[in-house]
Each structure stands twice: as C-alpha cells, then as structure tokens.
Design a protein around this ligand. Structure first.
Ligand code: ZN
Length: 347
C-alpha cells in the first residue's frame, strides 16, 4: 500500500512516500481504508526528532484519519466492511484506572497512531475496535479528519477544562493554527466574547469574520494593554495558550484575578517563567490539556453533525504532496487545518 513514512529523523529525506506492506488486523482490531487524513504539529515533531516518544522506524506518520472499515479481526461483531468511521487517535488499554474512569487520553499504556505506532498517512491503518467512532453520513471525510486532534483538544479545553460560560471573555494566542482556530469556534459556541492574537493582519481579519470580536497584532500592539482595554481593566476570564514561552508572560498578565489559563502546547518552547507570586496571589487556575475523552469526542461529532461547529480547512493536499503540506505547516502559513487526501476520489 501507498504510505507516507519516516525512515529517519531530522534529515532532508526523512519523509518518504512509497510502498509499505498491507497491515493485517489482529484480534480486536479493524483495518480502516483511509479516505482523508490531517496534518498536526506533532507530525513535524516526529519528523524532526520524535524524542521521548517510544517508536520504531520506519513509522507511518499521521494522527488524524477518517475512512471506511475494510477488514475485521477476530472477536469483533460491531462493524461491517464499508462502515464510515473516524479514528480516536489514542489506542488505550481499557483496564487502567484512567481508562476505567473514562479519561482515555491519560491511559498508562496509551499508544497514539502516527507517534508510537503506524499512523493514518497510508491507504490502510489497523486500529483497536474501541477507538473507532461511527461517522454520520452528513460529515464529509475531510471534515472528519480535522476532528480527532485539533477540534477534540479545543473541545476539552473550552467545554471541560475552562468551562467557558456565556458572556465570558476568552483570549486565544496564535490564531490560524488548527487548535487556536478550533478553540475560537468552541468559545463562540459557548457564548463567549473572543480576543485573538497573530502576527498576520490577514489572519486577524479572517478570525474577525468568523468569530473574534477583537484581533491584536502582537508585532505592533501590546497584547496585555489591548486585553485590558477590551475588558475595561479587568482581564479576560480564560486564556487558551498553546504557544508556550513566547506568550506565557502575557497570558499570566492578561487573565483576571481567579481566571483560568489552559495550556495544550508549547510550540515556542516549554520553559517560560512561572511567576508563582502572580499565580497564587491572584489565584489563577492553570490546567494542562491534550486530546479529549471518548465521551467528549462523541459530543464533538454530534455538534459537527448539527453544524454547530463548521471546521475550517485551509487547504487540501494530495497524498504525494505530504512533504509540501508539512512544510506549509512548519512555516505557519495556514488558517485552519491542512488535510491530506489519501484516496484521490474522496470528499
Ligand atoms: Zn488504560
């Protein structure tokens, strides 16, 4: 089968588009014929180093994918060939304390497709049956492929961790990236007023057209001053920060007393100043978040099927353009998700 895989890390020819053996589903697994996948920052991380993530090379990239059931392993009766599905990326043990309490992304034996095991940038991928979710007919495969990482992460941050309420104010850094944009849409769905930052006036304008009330170009404007003006000196109720070192000092100063900051990434670096005095004196609540639970994924799929959330796809690349898509992501040129058409006839 055709696949996009890593044969090394950090070299110009690390990513290869070539044939790999057709995987066979083990007991309890289903083989999915992938129609569409989506790119994420973690693909770049895997390409560049993959440090700290247990895996073997060659490794097929791709965390997000949607398609149809193709072959079924022993002991499975819930799925039939041809069923439309979207894959929850974390393959979990089902037995540990976190799986038992429905916190699947905290599973002690969690293996993520495209990180620990072969991923979705391939014609076929084998996954545990428990990670398949039925895809309603009215969600197209490319839309479905945007959901498992960016939109699920945003859903958990806004709905579960920050519990954003109507009329609250939310600051989101780095609008344009998949998670930031998804968070903006979720915050609006929750009834909040949203302020976004970017270095691109074009992205700020597009964010305003979609959902943001105020855009701040952090190259020209002081983010904290803009937030204080917007909130009449109070600060925002919630900050969504997946930028890390570069934005964290502003996050701590932009949030109101007793406000919430949720972090789900550190693309500019993982070690900002903690400023603990500010955190405890102002009683700032800081939460970490990544992915979401099976229940949250179900809720997200329902919201997308009902068009409460319409995922933003920046552009769609053909299979053979996978490296080009990763470069596009690396350069931060996107406004929304980058999808990869695995089956050229898919939509
Ligand atoms: Zn587990």
């Amino acid at each position: 089968m055709h696949a996009v895989y890593l044969r090394s890390h950090g070299e110009t020819d690390s990513v290869v588009v070539a044939e790999r053996p057709l995987p066979q589903p083990a007991a309890g697994q289903v083989r999915v014929h992938v129609e569409c996948a989506a790119c994420n920052h973690v693909d770049l991380y895997m390409r560049n180093s993959g440090k700290g993530i247990t895996h073997a090379l060659p490794l097929i990239l791709g965390v997000d994918g949607a398609g149809s059931v193709d072959a079924i392993g022993a002991g499975i009766d819930n799925w039939r060939a041809g069923d439309r599905v979207v894959i929850y990326p974390a393959q979990t043990c089902g037995h540990c304390e976190f799986c038992r309490s429905g916190q699947q992304m905290l599973c002690l034996k969690c293996k993520v497709v495209g990180e620990h095991i072969d991923g979705t940038f391939a014609e076929f991928v084998c996954v545990d049956e428990s990670t398949l979710f039925a895809l309603p007919d009215d969600i197209a495969f490319d839309v479905a492929a945007t959901l498992p990482t960016a939109y699920l992460t945003a859903w958990r941050m806004i709905m579960t961790q920050a519990r954003v309420q109507p009329a609250e104010t939310v600051l989101i850094h780095g609008i344009g990236g998949g998670v930031a944009l998804a968070s903006m849409q979720m915050a609006r769905l929750a009834g909040a007023r949203v302020i976004v930052t970017s270095s691109s006036d074009d992205k700020l304008e597009r964010a305003r057209q979609l959902a943001a009330e105020r855009g701040v170009n952090h190259r020209r404007e002081d983010v904290v001053a803009a937030v204080m003006e917007f909130t009449r000196g109070r600060g925002v109720d919630v900050v969504i920060d997946n930028v890390g070192e570069a934005s964290w000092p502003a996050s701590l100063r932009a949030v109101r007393r007793g406000g919430r900051i949720v972090t789900c990434g550190a693309t500019s670096g993982p070690q900002p100043s903690a400023d603990l005095q500010r955190v405890f004196i102002r009683q700032i609540q800081i939460s970490g978040s990544t992915l979401g639970t099976h229940d949250e994924f179900r809720a997200l799929l329902a919201a997308v099927a009902q068009r409460q959330i319409v995922p933003v796809i920046d552009r769609s690349f053909d299979f053979d353009e996978a490296e080009h898509a990763l470069t596009w992501l690396e350069q931060g040129r996107q406004f929304g998700k980058l999808t990869l058409k695995i089956n050229p006839g898919s939509r």
